[in-house]
Structures are given as structure tokens and as C-alpha cells.
Design a protein around this ligand. Sequence first.
Ligand code: ATP
Ligand code: MG
Length: 438
Amino acid sequence: MRHMRTDEIRPDQEGDEIRIDGWLQESRNLGGIAFGIIRDRFGTVQVTVKKKENPEMADILAGISRESVVSVIGKVKRSDKTPRGFEIVPSEIRVESMAETPLPMGVVDKVGAELDTRLNNRFIDLRKRRVARIFEFKAEVLHSTRQYLRSEGFIEVNTPKIVAAGAEGGSTLFKVDYFGRNAYLAQSPQLYKQNLMAAGLERVFEIAPAFRAEASDTVRHLAEFMSIDVEMSFINSSEEVMDIAEGIAFSAVDHLAKNCKAIVDEAGIDLKLPKRPFRKIPYGEALEMAASEGVKLEFGEDLGTEGEKALGKAVINQYGEEFYFITDFPTELKKGTFYAMRRDDRPDLTTYFDLDYRGQEIVSGGRREHRIEKLAAQMKENNLDPTSFGFYIDAFKYGMPPHGGFGFGLERFLQKVLDLPNIREVILYPRDRLRLSP
Ligand code: ATP
Ligand code: MG
């Protein structure tokens, strides 16, 4: 007997014998009738047994615990008492896997479980349609991002995640034992992306995990997140790089709005297509705007969570916009980012930018310094020895194009699109300071 998805069955199949498989969401015994709701990824159907007609089958159905996996063979019968306009009258119910009782958490309960309980039992949490939808959403964003970047001439690449040195500094590096030597989990593909520019690949992107030993517990930091990394050669300005970051965000929102109506509606969000080009706010002006919302910072200070939120509020209030770039970060602030290109006309400012979405950073990037003398000087300012940078510095010696790029945090973006309070909602199995399992 052919298996059918619950959403494939229609009332006009009345009389057809079919097979459905799924989880028994609930079963009830109401006097003369026993019924069960079978759920698969696509929806639910009702199975109904009249006790008078088949007392044995009614007992079988009533005896199966909630969330057991069952296989039901039966006939489609029109019904005006079910939401779908039909029910299944079973001739056979097979229990493929009986669920233990009680369940660690409910699937259809009105009262929601705590996030920790949900994450500990993620396989049950994901049986909730609303939760599973988040990951369908994520898959759509990955799809539209690949489509967009390929259409812009980017090649998808994969770089090593076990590395000899970090790009972002020591404090957030995870150390691993590599055949008796020290190695680290890559915080970003930064150094490799740049190497590929020297290799002549010109436009590359990578979608892969990035690892950060973030010691603090926040709702927007993970120890392992998906980074959409882009690097491009032969650019004249950081605006060209910003344009691609903007393109990813815009095409994702556009794709979701046009092709994923069911997911968007079910998530209960109001997707507004952003106005292009996104506003560019120089860092100095961003400080003033944050101050107008009560967060006062000195020039050269990091905006931080509070500054970013205040700026987000100011942009919404003044312009009604959700996406905006912060540009011209001061050299003083980006000093640790030794590979950042500084503005030729204003060496106290860099070509670095962030893309923020409703008060939260989702992208950082800029033009890289491709001139080896300047790069070496910037390394020395950071007490780094260029000669100890092996493959990284070599790539600048034999012909390196002007280039730039960025890292786009997939979960940060999703958290904001879906307006969820915690980044852990948008990653299947979060890794953070406390959580290593499941
Ligand atoms: P923040 O200051 O918000 O912690 P960052 O500036 O240290 O982030 P970058 O090194 O600029 O992060 O990384 C590029 C992008 O990767 C960020 O804009 C963000 O979207 C994402 N990202 C960085 N760290 C994390 C993290 N721990 N968890 C989730 N996403 C992250
Ligand atoms: Mg950043």
C-alpha cells in the first residue's frame, strides 16, 4: 500500500484505500467513537473508529500512547465534522514505535516548556510545526543566498576549520590537540578568503560554522554559528562590498516574501521589503544618534549592545528603516583588526563597516589592506611579527589584488527576521558556554 503525505489526501478520494504514517498526536475515546490525530511533517488527519462497527480496532487505537509512531491503512470517508472535510476509517493500525509515558515535554500543550527543557529534548520540540518552520525558513535563506551570490559571479568554497592561528585574537579561540600540536577551531575563514584572492579566484563565498569561545552568556552569541563569508577582488571602494552584503539581506527578505508565504504567515511576521540602497551612517553620526536615544559614548568606543539598540531605535524613529550600515569605523577602534584598510584621506578612519538590522549587528566587513608594507606596519602596531604569519603574509608578496569582504551571521539575521528573543531558537543544537549536548 502506497504511503501518502497527510496533505496529499482530499475528500474526493472517498472510498480509496490509503496508508498514512506519522505520530499519534492524540487519541480519544468518546462513548461510541474512538478517534486519533495522526501528524506528519505536512499536517494532520483524523482517524475514526465506530465501536459498534469495529470494537477491537477502537481498543487498539485507544491503547496507543501519545507520540507513538503508527502506520494506518484505511479508507477515506467524507466528513463535515473534521477540519479537512474527511476522516480515515482504519482497517489496520500498526504501531511502529510505542512512545514511553510520560513524555519529557508536550507537543501540542497550551503551556510552553522552558527553552532549556526544549533544547534538551530538541527532537520533540521540533515536532511542533511552529518550531520546524524556523528551520524551513533557514533553509530558504541559505537557498536564496547561494542563488544571489552565484548570480553575482561568486564561487562557493570550503576552507579548513582546524587552523594553526586565529584571525580575531586569542581570547575566543578554542584549542584542540592536533597530533600533539596546538591547533584551533577557526573563528572565521578570513585568512583563507584573502589567500584565495591572491590565488585569483576573484569572488568567493563560504557558508560554514565559525567557532568562538564566547565566555559571556547572551541572547545573541553562540560558540558555533553559521557564517556567510564573502571576499571579492578588484574593488575600488568599500561601497562595492556593502552592496553585496545588502544584496544578501535584501534577496533573502524578497525570496521569503515572494515564495514562502505559508512559512511567513505561520511565523506570524510582517515582512517589509527594505528600501534600497540601505542607509549609510558614518560612525561619528551613529554616536550622535545613539546619544539622542540616551546612550552617550566617546569617539573611539565600541557601540556595544546598548549603543546598537539605541541607534536602531533612532533610525526607526527618524527614517522608519530597519537595515542600515555603520561606516568609517575609527582606526582606534579597529586597531586589533590589523588587516583593515584605513582611509587614505583620513588615516584615523577605516573602510570598515557593520550592517545592523533593527539595533543588532549582523555583518562586519570592509576593504582589506593589500599593500604589504602597510599591512606589515599595521601588524607591528599590534605587536605582531609579520614573518611569523607564514602562508598569510606570503600571499601578499607575489601579486595581491585590492580586495574586501565580510562575515554575515546567519543566525543573527534569522533571529531578527523572525523577531525571536533568543538566538538559540534559530539553531538546531546550540553550542554555548554551558551547552555541549545534544
Ligand atoms: P559582536 O560584537 O556582536 O559580538 P563581532 O563583531 O565580534 O560580534 P565579527 O567578528 O564581526 O563579530 O563577526 C561577523 C558576524 O558574525 C557578526 O556581525 C555576527 O553576525 C556574527 N557573529 C559573530 N560572533 C557571533 C556569535 N558568537 N554568535 C553568533 N553570531 C556571531
Ligand atoms: Mg563585528
